[in-house]
Design a protein around this ligand. Sequence first.
Ligand SMILES: *[C@@H]1O[C@H](CO)[C@@H](O)[C@H](O)[C@H]1NC(C)=O
Ligand SMILES: *[C@@H]1O[C@H](CO)[C@@H](O)[C@H](O)[C@H]1NC(C)=O
Length: 334
Amino acid sequence: MSPTTTLLLSLLATQASAHTFIWGVFVNGIDQGTSYGIRTPAYNAAARKGGYNNSPVKDLNSIDMRCNVLGDIPAHNTIKVNPGDNLTFDWHHEIRNDTDDIIAESHHGPSLIYISPDPPTQNSFVKLWHQGKFQTNPFPQPGKWSTTADIKKHFGHMHVRIPAGLKAGPYLIRAEMIGLHEGEVSYLENARRGAQFYPDCVQIEVMGDGDVELPSGVGFPGAYSYEDPGVVHNIYCSTETRKPKTSTTPCATDYIIPGPTVWSGAWPETTAVSVGPVKGATTATPWSTWIGTDSVVTSVTYRDVRSQTIVGSSVYTPSWSEVYATPTATAERW
Ligand SMILES: *[C@@H]1O[C@H](CO)[C@@H](O)[C@H](O)[C@H]1NC(C)=O
Ligand SMILES: *[C@@H]1O[C@H](CO)[C@@H](O)[C@H](O)[C@H]1NC(C)=O
């Protein structure tokens, strides 16, 4: 860690949730290598199974909404791309191969992709793609959702195409899955539940002589609110039998994906490219080896999931640079 960051060890209860993040990026079907260019998240709970684990971000006001836990720390390398390139993000849970479960079967929800100049600002994230629910609920099923019916079914592959003519320079792509399985009530009302956000950022450098600049966009935190019908949404309410008692929201069978509309400069079609072999490790380096501690919390307060007692506070202060810093081999992330 840099000397300016402070870490304070806390005894944290483990959270029962599925964790998913991007393990690799394919450019036009070619793997750039495990962890290459990716700001692999740490997470808000104790290390387990020697792998990375990011507890979902649930506090919409947390800086972790931007690029997940420790998202301010650059990766060592940046993925070089050209406008028109097809990128495939390879999401996994425990191992980077096709036997992995990607994300829990219950974690129905939307998937979203944003792009921002690197470093981002409070209004720099522009939406390139999103996918919510594929069909109106055929009563009594909770619909077919992007996370479980597409990304999970397709070995964790999420696709996006670099906008035509995009101006050269460093950008961050923020890809995200949202689990709505406990989203029938807001985290603000019930910290045990609430929508689960799995954002992850990838460093790219756009090459070429394009002259298309991104419009202004949204900020993370800030883009989503507890008032959004896409954040507090009951995916079970058409089933009646599985309607959680905690629900405070009216039943809605349509689903409105949170965040802004997709930018008109994004490609109207997202192509599912076929990908080549994975390069590099298929297992994760324990995050504690590069964090150098057993746990880290970036939220202002962290509550035990069951007892709701505060078990940690302000243990890590993210410091997002306002100027672009070229990644180096001495960047702090592994
Ligand atoms: C990206 O995918 C589209 C649609 O399949 C294809 O036409 C295009 O050539 C691809 N781009 C590159 C750089 O391969
Ligand atoms: C994927 O990983 C699992 C768990 O380590 C292993 O049993 C399986 O053989 C692997 N599959 C492939 C295709 O590598």
